[in-house]
Design a protein around this ligand. Structure first.
Ligand code: BGC
Length: 752
């Protein structure tokens, strides 16, 4: 492996060019003044069949040598791969550069093996919890810049599968349970990424809401239910964020694999939404040649099993018309031209990850949610806090991150040595199951915030010792971790190990106990009644500890709001109905969503059908419609100040809500003012929909008039028969407040 790295480095130096250098013109498509679609058309015209085929698939995994999917010896060209998730060799004759792809939802991922690092940003849920589109743009721009520095062209980031199932191991990557919040936030994130000359991507299209059996699960949901929930998130994101690419998912939808599902790809995405970019398969999610090509897939990744020689033959036989192959290449080339990739020489340089710290910290601070704060335990006053017990969560070493393809490798290595793998564990289990920490150290950040205080650490392994330390300290801060990862779902939403016992014991020893969660999804809190203050910091990234300390000590007033519902119990969730038994090889094949299955990587299941009973009612909509009280509702989040809402006026013509918001407390702070609508009774809905929001910063005593436009699709229903959105006539009720469960203002709006 070492010689390979040396080889790579040599290649890097050879390829490095000076900034501003342009590749030589190779034909009329090299003319930057022409629009990207015209340049793509000219390029396609000049291509041979083999060249077109070369553009529509990758050549293997990472170096191609690791996992050559077509079973051939890796051709020498693989050494030009940049070591990312995918690689398409260029065509020098036409000036098509080598195209390098990498995972990058939360930073350019998995680069340590190449000796490269990128800024580890907080998780997607943390970003969503900021409800701040400008932060999403900065977040995306930072990742785009680092990808470009590292020599990548296409980002495999942009996951917005809705949190329908809180136990899904990948929720941390995504942007929560609401289609408007997820769609809007990812649109700005894409703006940021694409502003750096990177092709932005949305994934996983669609309804990839659990990891258990992800290659085999056939999701059954009504089209109306799909269009009004997850597909609405994608629709908003495609129209407002204009990604160059969409990654289709592993699962099946309505009996067809997502990557050959004509309804999803051709009908909805391309025809109805007018998506001009290309559809790329998830890694190994292509299942056919002719069907996939005709049903809308434009690129197979990472290999060429179906879109290499097999596609060439299908085109030669006329099974796939040449016009369709041209369309595939046109879409890919359009995205590349639009991003300027033909017009610059790739120049690799190590990103300065320290430059990213500011954005990482800002995003972490904006995304921390203060869930509970009784007796104003927070913020801590260093002068009145002589001793602080910091307990658990490896808070002396770093902050947790989520696992899988979104994992940004920790600069300096993983500071918490992972436990030895289970005997017989698979490669993927080890890869995805190992908790990785970033070197942002809560213990240090807390000590720096209270330099005069005696700050002590207890690991929490010895619960009695931790409780004794808490007892002798003026305040106890317990760090509780919940590791989640791609490739596995959680068995349940309890904190793993003995952390609940630890928190109970510490809270019993010290009434001033603060729990800081480092969480990938919702958490159950049996100890909540005995703990006065709880923060959700998600996976807070490389400046997570500093962000947490700033919130704990009040240098930052928390303003995050939950992008997902925290249920009291898994029983309150919509229970997906297993329609067809999956013919398991063993009981463990069924997975954690079903009783009796352990959680780790069951990819061996045969196909099974899963019906989503909640349809469009993902998350809070389900809880509202079932009249179930969650532990913490969607949109909830406290501040160190208070806000008052008044004077709601709605304008049915302009479709907007106007109200006043006042900071009634003593500190400056930001409030995420949320607007929900209840549709006319003809819609038959007994829940509200988030229709808009605005995050407003106010000084103490300051009042502002806020106008929030209501997103037209959140006011509409999808008419399945007519296959279109329809706005019902009648009375809409508009609710305004600081969470989905706290809306002090309401008004009616007539739409004729
Ligand atoms: C994941 C994708 C990822 C791809 C490439 C797949 O297993 O589902 O999200 O982009 O691998 O790493």
């Amino acid at each position: 492996m070492r010689w390979l790295t040396v080889f790579f480095l040599a290649g890097t130096l050879a390829l490095a060019q000076f900034p501003g250098q342009r590749p030589p013109s190779k034909g009329p498509w090299s003319n930057e003044k022409l629009p990207p679609e015209e340049r793509a058309r000219l390029l396609v015209q000049a291509m041979t069949l083999d060249e077109k085929i070369q553009m529509v698939h990758g050549i293997g995994w990472f170096f191609g040598a690791d996992m050559n999917l077509s079973g051939q010896e890796p051709p020498p060209v693989v050494w030009r791969s940049n070591g990312g998730g995918g690689f398409i060799p260029g065509i020098p004759r036409l000036g098509v550069p080598d195209i390098q792809l990498n995972d990058a939802m939360l930073g350019s991922a998995g680069n340590a093996r190449m000796g490269r690092y990128s800024t580890a940003l907080p998780s997607g849920l943390a970003l969503a919890a900021s409800w701040d589109p400008e932060i999403a743009r900065e977040f995306g721009a930072l990742i785009g810049r680092e990808l470009r520095d590292q020599g990548f062209h296409i980002s495999l980031g942009g996951g917005i599968n809705l949190t329908r199932e809180p136990r899904n191991g990948r929720n941390f990557e995504y942007l929560g349970e609401d289609p408007l919040l997820a769609g809007r936030m990812i649109a700005r994130y894409l703006d940021g990424k694409q502003s750096q000359g990177i092709v932005g991507l949305l994934k996983h299209y669609a309804l990839n809401n659990q990891e258990t059996g992800r290659h085999f699960v056939n999701v059954r949901i009504s089209r109306k239910g799909a269009r009004e929930s997850e597909l609405l998130a994608f629709e908003i994101a495609v129209k407002e964020g204009r990604p160059g690419s969409i990654m289709c998912s592993y699962n099946l939808v309505d009996g067809e694999y997502a990557c050959e599902n004509a309804w999803l790809l051709n009908d909805v995405l391309k025809k109805e939404w007018g998506f001009p970019g290309f559809v790329m398969s998830d890694w190994g999610a292509t299942h056919s040649t002719v069907k996939a090509a005709l049903h809308g897939l434009d690129m197979e990744m990472p290999g060429d099993t179906f879109f290499g020689a097999a596609l060439k033959e299908a085109v030669q036989k006329g099974e796939v018309p040449m016009t369709r192959l041209d369309d595939m290449v046109q879409r890919i080339a359009w995205a590349l031209f639009r991003a300027g990739i033909f017009d610059r020489v790739t120049r690799r340089q190590a990103p300065d990850i320290f430059l990213g710290f500011e954005v990482a910290q800002k995003a972490a601070e904006a995304g921390i949610v203060l869930l509970k704060n009784d007796r104003a335990v927070l913020p801590l006053d260093p002068s009145a806090t002589p001793s602080i017990a910091v307990i658990g969560g490896h808070a002396d070493k770093g902050v947790l991150s989520g696992g899988g393809s979104a994992q940004v490798d920790p600069a300096g290595g993983n500071p918490v040595p992972p436990p030895p793998p289970r005997p017989g564990a698979s490669f993927l289990e080890i890869l995805f199951g190992t908790p990785v920490y970033h070197r942002s150290v809560p213990l240090r950040a807390i000590q720096a915030s209270a330099p005069a205080a005696k700050v002590s650490f207890a690991s929490g392994d010895d619960i009695a010792a931790a409780a004794a330390l808490a007892k002798s300290s003026s305040v106890a801060v317990v760090f509780a971790t919940q590791h989640t990862s791609e490739g596995k779902d959680l068995d349940d939403l309890s904190l793993p190990g003995r952390q609940n016992d630890l928190i109970e014991a510490v809270a019993a020893a010290n009434p001033r106990t603060v729990v800081v969660l480092e969480n990938g999804t919702a958490v159950k809190m049996p100890w909540l009644g005995r703990v006065p203050a709880v923060l959700a910091s998600w996976y807070p990234g490389i400046r997570g500890a500093e962000a947490i300390a700033n919130v704990l000590f009040g240098r930052v007033n928390p303003s995050g709001k939950l992008p997902i519902t925290f249920p009291r119990s898994e029983e309150d969730l919509a229970q997906p109905r297993l329609v067809k038994q999956p013919e398991p090889r063993g009981p463990e094949d069924l997975g954690p969503m079903f009783p009796g299955g352990p959680a780790m990587l069951r990819m061996n299941t045969r196909r099974f059908d899963l019906e989503y009973p909640e349809g469009a009612r993902a998350g809070y909509k389900w809880f509202q419609s079932m009249k179930r009280e969650p532990l913490f509702p969607f949109g909830h989040g406290l501040s160190y100040t208070t806000f008052a809402y008044a004077d709601l006026r709605v304008d049915a013509g302009k479709r907007e809500a106007t109200f006043t918001l006042r900071n009634t407390g003593k500190r400056a702070g930001a409030e995420v003012a949320q607007v929900y609508v209840e549709l006319p009774s003809a819609a038959g809905e007994n829940f509200r929909r988030l229709a808009g929001w605005q995050k407003v910063e106010l000084k103490p005593g300051e009042q502002r008039t806020v106008t929030v436009p209501l997103h037209p699709l959140t006011l509409a229903v999808f008419d399945e028969k007519a296959n279109r959105w329809e706005t019902l006539r009648g009375t809409y009720r508009v609710f305004v407040g600081g969470s989905s469960a706290s809306t002090p203002l309401s008004a009616e709006m007539q739409i004729q």
